[in-house]
Design a protein around this ligand. Structure first.
Ligand SMILES: [Zn+2]
Length: 84
């Protein structure tokens, strides 16, 4: 897989109550994106993904690592390719 961006459908339980690190807006409902990366903490079908939540207000890409979310606790239900 290349660096193609994926729109991730996740069990949002582990993501509840998070706020954007740039503007402070709640991230509930903001889309979760990711791309294959060896250092990723979220796993989809055996592939590690670097995942982040894109703030709906300011578009800042909040990485799960930066938000302090343990990616291993985030269950990916599906993914859709967004292209580049
Ligand atoms: Zn923001």
């Amino acid at each position: 897989m290349d660096r193609e961006l994926l729109l991730l459908r996740v069990d949002r339980g582990a993501l509840r109550g998070l706020r954007c690190m740039a503007c402070g807006a709640p991230l509930d409902g903001s889309r979760v994106l990711g791309y294959p990366h060896s250092g990723g903490t979220v796993v989809l079908g055996g592939t590690r993904l670097w995942a982040f939540i894109e703030c709906r207000r300011c578009r800042y890409q909040n990485s799960l690592v930066g938000l302090g979310v343990d990616g291993g606790g985030v269950r990916v239900l599906g993914a859709e390719r967004l292209g580049r």
